[in-house]
Design a protein around this ligand. Structure first.
Ligand code: KIV
Ligand code: ZN
Length: 509
């Protein structure tokens, strides 16, 4: 057994939920939502928060800037390709960060060099060295990534890493960009890099694994066993295509098997469930029920023999105590007679901090819901906070709606929406009340959007449960999400659709 006391055995958790995670199709987080996730990541105690890719959009630039100004007790990273414009934008966005990290990258595989970059290996070496030197103008914490490293020539990769280390990079990242690696081969590649790169002993070596073959976590773990000390990952495993290595899985593998692995992270595992649910709610990306650690069935025991074992001794079928990762269900149920004080206390117990304005809005919403629904449980409260307080600038404001539907009549919906102070009304028939409502909204907004995905789920149990609707619409080749909650599922659908329309307008501003 290796001692976990040694600092050398600490695994740095580099969170890329807000950068690679946000690159997943259909995710569009605004600055306020990104800040909310970043604050939760700080509570989760990740070591580095990759806040965005500043050159890629105004909104990414502003988010990095905002997060840098607000979160002072961790490293904030910004992504930049290996060129001056990208690096200067990253440096500028990180200006107020106390511990800024510029994460610069260039491709290293021949296939990328030939078809994408159209550059020679010598040119790539030169650009990479220059990029690191330029980044040092803004911070002494520079991370360099060799994109598509796992399909690159190993010898060339070592030359590239030597140059960037000599130029001043302190973190060397080995991305499995297309999720091609398999664990043993990845381990051998890492050994080769350690053995053949001059100066690597002074750098932190990192990996960034994608999940195209479902091996992102296994490959990251293999890398740790071969001496890597930083892993890049995302909450709920979100990210490009099949996603990134899942943060919660890596954190819990290391925590559960720390005696055998001999390494540790500083992750505050009690915040895992809450972080997962905030990311799920704000991104609209549903977590599969059987997903390890954070899926809703991850701690459910169905088979009689398992239930019997659990009742006799939990450790017979449970390797993680659910309460250790923050899974608790409250016995205290609030209702319409509960006052502000009880509501605020419940929020505090759930680890939710709200600014005064938002608290007022949340309390009003709570009272409305309690009036309709009676008992309000923890999931309802989280849904109110996470859905109702999402602050999208509202170009379209729902004022009223009326729907008629039944087995013998064509569904008809009439909707009133306020735009710049004036209420516009639209009426449409459709294939059911939701379809009719969406068509009525289209008549008012005049946005040409196609519904790509529609999901509805009950926030909690019972016939009067809150319905949560999440949709993805596509407009001009871009996917945008929307969400809405209500005890009435047609209203939740209308709210989700209007939310998506507002996001389309917001992102085009
Ligand atoms: O997957 C990848 O290669 C990346 C890099 C920018 C690190 O996301
Ligand atoms: Zn990536």
């Amino acid at each position: 057994m290796i001692s976990t006391e040694n600092k050398k055995n600490k695994i740095y958790i580099f969170d890329t939920t807000l950068r690679d995670g946000e690159q997943a199709p259909g995710i569009h987080l605004n600055t306020k939502e990104k800040l909310e996730i970043a604050q939760q990541l700080a509570k989760l105690n990740v070591d580095i928060i990759e806040a965005g890719f500043p050159i890629s959009s105004k909104s990414d630039f502003n988010s990095v800037k905002k997060i840098s100004g607000r979160i002072k007790d961790r490293r904030i990273a910004a992504l930049a390709r290996a060129n001056l414009k990208d690096i200067d934008a990253a440096g500028e966005a990180l200006k107020s960060a106390e511990q800024p990290v510029i994460h610069t990258f260039i491709s290293s595989s021949d296939i990328h060099l030939k078809y994408q970059l159209k550059k020679s290996r010598e040119e790539v070496l030169e650009l990479a060295g220059e990029a690191v030197k330029r980044s040092l103008k803004y911070t002494d914490m520079v991370e360099f990534s060799a994109m598509d490293a796992t399909r690159s020539d190993w010898e060339f990769l070592c030359r590239l890493f030597e140059i960037v280390i000599r130029s001043g990079a302190s973190v060397i990242n080995i991305p499995d960009t297309v999720g091609y690696a398999i664990p043993n081969e990845f381990g051998r590649m890492i050994d080769y890099i350690f053995e053949n790169t001059r100066g690597i002993e002074d750098a932190i070596v990192s990996v960034h694994c994608h999940n195209d073959l479902g091996l992102a976590v296994a490959n990251s773990l293999m890398a740790i066993e071969h001496g890597v000390r930083q892993v890049e990952c995302a909450v709920n495993g979100i990210g490009e295509r099949a996603g990134n290595a899942s943060l919660e899985e890596l954190a819990m593998i290391i925590d559960t098997r720390k005696r055998d692995l001999g390494v540790f992270t500083d992750i505050n595992i009690g915040e895992i469930i809450r972080t997962s649910s905030i990311v799920k709610s704000l991104t609209g990306y549903v977590v599969a029920p059987n997903k390890a650690i954070v899926g809703k069935n991850a701690f459910s025991h169905e088979a009689g023999i398992h239930q019997d074992g659990m009742l006799k001794e939990r450790s017979t079928y449970e390797i993680i105590k659910p309460e250790n990762i923050g899974l608790k269900s409250s016995k205290l149920v609030l209702g319409k007679h509960s006052g502000r004080h009880a509501f605020v206390e419940r929020l505090a117990e759930l680890g939710i901090r709200l600014e005064e304005n938002d608290l007022e809005k949340a309390f009003e919403r709570f009272k409305d819901l309690a009036e309709k629904k009676g008992a309000i449980n923890d999931q309802d409260i989280k849904a109110i906070v996470e859905n109702e307080l999402r602050e999208v600038w509202e170009h379209f404001i729902l004022k009223y709606y009326q729907v008629q539907s039944g087995s013998n009549i064509k569904a008809t919906s009439t909707i009133g929406i306020e735009i710049e102070g004036k209420v516009h009304e639209g009426t449409s028939t459709g294939d059911g009340p939701v379809d009719a409502s969406f068509k009525a909204i289209d008549k008012i907004t005049k946005i040409n959007a196609k519904l790509v995905e529609y999901k509805i789920e009950a926030v909690s149990g019972g016939k009067d449960a809150l319905g949560s609707v999440k949709i993805i619409v596509s407009t001009n080749g871009t996917e945008v999400m929307g969400s809405g909650i209500s005890t009435d599922i047609v209203e939740a659908s209308i709210k989700a659709y209007i939310d998506a329309m507002n996001r389309i307008v917001e992102s085009s501003e």
